[in-house]
Design a protein around this ligand. Structure first.
Ligand SMILES: Nc1nc2c(ncn2[C@@H]2O[C@H](COP(=O)(O)OP(=O)(O)OP(=O)(O)O)[C@@H](O)[C@H]2O)c(=O)[nH]1
Ligand SMILES: [Mg+2]
Length: 414
């Protein structure tokens, strides 16, 4: 694994430099704002620093082992000099030490827990020993030899932490299985953690998000079960695009099942001062899109469906077909992080029959386990574009941040 930092005026610029140097396979591990060096920094000049990782072909802990603990201690001592050196493209020298620092708190948590479990075990063992024969028996010796190594214990702990966070056993096994167990005896624990962390980030992949149309307008559909937060999410996104990015936005609702639903979106449209229209048929949707052809984005709210209702899913299909050919469109499946795993899979499958989509997860504030984000991503092979974490419009939404989520998936609540 190669870990490097790149700086640029924007995140995109830094990432571009990373891709130029390391290729398109780079994974963003961390993003932070940094002060510019020199006078411009003193005057408040800012830059964005992106830490990326690249997994080399066929890499496993085998290659990580090349750098053993004593070597890394030397690297740590020389790191300040290395961090200062830059090449012409603004690239900062490799500093895997820094990313380890980021993971430190996570590691401390996990190691503490490992320690606690060990202590509990040894107290139990001592109690047992008092009563049992203290003589060394062959069975005892064998048991001692089979004692797992620190690394094995740590991997087990990572695995059980994933399960605690409701990552499907199948996927947790897959991730842990990719960490080469046979080569681990003297691999430092922080490398195992960095490796698992990076593998999980890779699994999440990057969503395209909402992209501009080559020829305006871009029509964006939001679909999903009832009450997951479709309308609220549209309001949050519409606000970002129209207020922050100064784009021309129009809102449509095809949710004609409930009068209140249309009124809810109309209210948001009024606040944002953007046009709004209710469309009752696919043809009306088509006409509205033609009328709003000068707009950058048309966000379309749809009625909450039961994924078992064939007729409603069919109506959704007809709506998309009507738009196809009139304008470029994208679809988002809005799912609540509080929905049961099995139901999420059923919902994701039935909407897949309707169209391709990206995912939005809502109500992250209402659950303490985020395993389903990874589970549904891997089940659908569809990246997550946004997450929402509260009822506040427009604040409680952000583009999906895999780094943050993976840290949560590897964090223990004990
Ligand atoms: N806690 C929390 N509540 C949310 C979030 N997003 C939406 N809500 C709330 O969930 C409820 C339903 O939100 P709506 O936006 O009306 O959901 P919908 O999917 O449009 O619902 P239907 O149109 O009835 O299918 C509202 O009370 C929202 O404020 C979120 O991220 N966290
Ligand atoms: Mg709604």
């Amino acid at each position: 694994m190669i870990i490097k930092k790149f700086v640029g005026k924007t995140q995109e610029e830094a990432l571009e430099a990373a891709k130029k140097e390391l290729g398109n396979g780079v994974v963003t591990m961390n993003v932070r704002n940094v002060k510019k060096k020199g006078l411009s920094g003193f005057l408040g000049g800012k830059q964005v620093e992106v830490t990326v990782a690249l997994e080399e072909d066929g890499e496993s802990l085998k290659s990580v082992r090349r750098e053993t603990a004593p070597q890394r201690a030397v690297a740590a001592q020389t790191a300040p000099d290395r961090a200062e050196s830059r090449n012409a493209s603004g690239l900062m020298a490799d500093s895997s030490q820094n990313i380890e620092k980021k993971l430190d708190s996570l590691q401390n948590l996990l190691v503490n827990r490992l320690q606690q479990e060990e202590n509990a075990k040894s107290v139990q063992a001592e109690r047992g020993e008092d009563e049992a024969d203290r003589q060394e028996t062959p069975e005892k010796k064998e048991a001692q030899q089979a004692e797992p190594t620190e690394q094995e214990k740590f991997i087990r702990l990572l695995y059980s932490t994933m399960l605690e966070n409701e990552v499907d056993e199948k996927y947790a096994n897959q991730i842990i299985g990719e960490v080469d167990k046979t080569e681990k005896p003297d691999v430092p624990i922080d490398f195992i953690l960095a490796n698992v962390y990076q593998k999980m980030i890779l699994k999440f992949n990057k969503a395209k998000g909402i992209t501009p149309a080559s020829k305006t307008p871009k029509v964006v559909f939001f679909m999903g079960p009832t009450g997951v937060g479709k309308t609220t999410t549209i309001a949050k996104i519409a606000s970002t695009f129209s207020v922050d990015e100064k784009k021309k936005v129009a809102l449509l609702t095809a949710d004609t099942y409930r009068i209140a639903a249309a009124e809810q979106l109309r209210t948001y449209a009024n606040i944002l001062e953007v046009p709004f229209r209710v469309v009752y048929t696919p043809q009306e949707a088509k006409d509205a899109i033609t009328d709003f052809r000068e707009f950058d984005y048309i966000f379309v709210d749809t009625a909450g469906h039961s994924h078992q209702n064939e007729e409603q899913l069919d109506n959704m299909k007809k709506l998309l077909e009507a738009v196809d050919g009139t304008a470029e469109y994208q679809s988002f499946l809005v799912l609540s992080a509080t929905t049961k795993y099995k139901d999420l899979l059923k919902i994701a499958s039935s909407y897949r029959e309707v169209t391709d989509y990206q995912l939005i997860f809502t109500k992250l504030d209402e659950t303490s386990t985020l395993g389903n984000l990874l589970n549904v991503k891997l089940y659908t092979d569809t990246p997550i574009a946004f997450v929402t974490y509260g009822q506040n419009v427009p604040d409680d939404i952000e583009p999906f941040n895999p780094q943050k989520t993976v840290k949560q998936l590897l964090s223990t609540k004990h």
